[in-house]
Design a protein around this ligand. Structure first.
Ligand SMILES: *[C@@H]1O[C@H](CO)[C@@H](O)[C@H](O)[C@H]1NC(C)=O
Length: 276
């Protein structure tokens, strides 16, 4: 290890320890997304290092909706915000439970903890929460082979069912995840539909025309951790009979194609043996 690397390591270690020390005081557990109409419990954990608690306050986009002050009777107070329904029976100094949450209630949720006299020390944390509409259905792939014969790309489009927010779409070619910079290009867009959004992704694979192996395409849709679905897998084979232009493409092409053919045969034989 060079001395520069060593110094870097020390800086990272010391920095990491400092970071975890400040975070130890307070942690917040707000789900990144919750389904519309469902209940959700937001949690706020803190260590006042022996000081007495003065108050815990919860805010949505800077509007206070819940306060817990142990000195008061009752200690719990709810401030009405349209669309937020606090269930007081399952809310206390560490958590607040919201019933049947409405879609406009998405926003930044903040927990603020204050110690009592003499320090009145106050800490706060904030986290975003999205109120999501989970879709019905799965993404669908359509394939356009028309430009292949002219040596153009294989163009496929994945369209997602309506949701809120729009689904994330990921392409898989022969089970390999396609990252955006890898061959060909993908593009992504969304369309509004009523209060929901539909997302689309277009994949263009170049250099497909000369290959004889079938290509398997799949599109996966995600909505945070709430929803995940795959399209049907589409197998794209070169058209039979192969257009003459491809057959005339010189010998190296043919050898490549034969190699793929033998690999496929080998794969099928091995599969057959394994199945036995
Ligand atoms: C989509 O993916 C990005 C990057 O991984 C992530 O930050 C975002 O939360 C995802 N959105 C949805 C709707 O799942």
């Amino acid at each position: 290890m060079t001395s520069a690397n060593f110094i870097l390591l020390v800086v990272v270690l010391v920095g990491g320890i400092r970071l975890s020390r400040t975070l130890k005081k307070m942690t917040m557990n707000v789900p990144r997304a919750v389904r519309v109409g469902h209940s959700v419990t937001l949690e706020c954990d803190y260590d006042l290092e022996g000081a007495p608690l003065y108050s815990v306050r919860w805010y949505r986009d800077n509007n206070e909706f819940y306060r817990y002050v142990p000195k008061e009777a009752p200690p719990t107070r709810v401030f009405p915000l349209p669309g937020l329904h606090v269930d007081v029976s399952v809310s206390d100094d560490h958590r607040v439970t919201l019933l049947s949450i409405g879609q406009p209630m998405a926003g930044m949720f903040q927990c603020e903890v204050s110690a009592d006299a003499p320090s009145f020390h106050t800490e706060m944390m904030v986290a975003p929460m999205t109120i999501a509409v989970v879709p019905d259905g799965v993404p669908v792939i359509t394939v356009d082979k028309s430009s292949l014969e002219q040596g153009g790309p294989l163009v496929s489009e994945c369209s997602a069912p309506a949701s809120f927010p729009a689904l994330n779409l990921t392409w898989y070619v022969n089970d390999q995840r396609i990252d955006f910079q890898v061959p060909g290009s993908t593009s992504y867009w969304t369309k509004k539909e009523a209060k929901l959004e539909k997302s689309f992704s277009r994949l263009e694979l170049t250099g497909v025309g000369g290959s004889w192996g079938a290509i398997r395409l799949r599109c996966e849709a995600n909505l945070f951790k709430l929803f995940r679905a795959n399209s049907l897998e589409i197998a794209v084979k070169p058209d039979v009979p192969q257009p003459a232009s491809v057959l005339l493409m010189g010998s190296s092409q043919t050898i490549g194609d034969l190699r793929v053919f033998y690999k496929c045969m080998l794969f099928f034989l091995m599969t057959a043996v394994l199945i036995r």
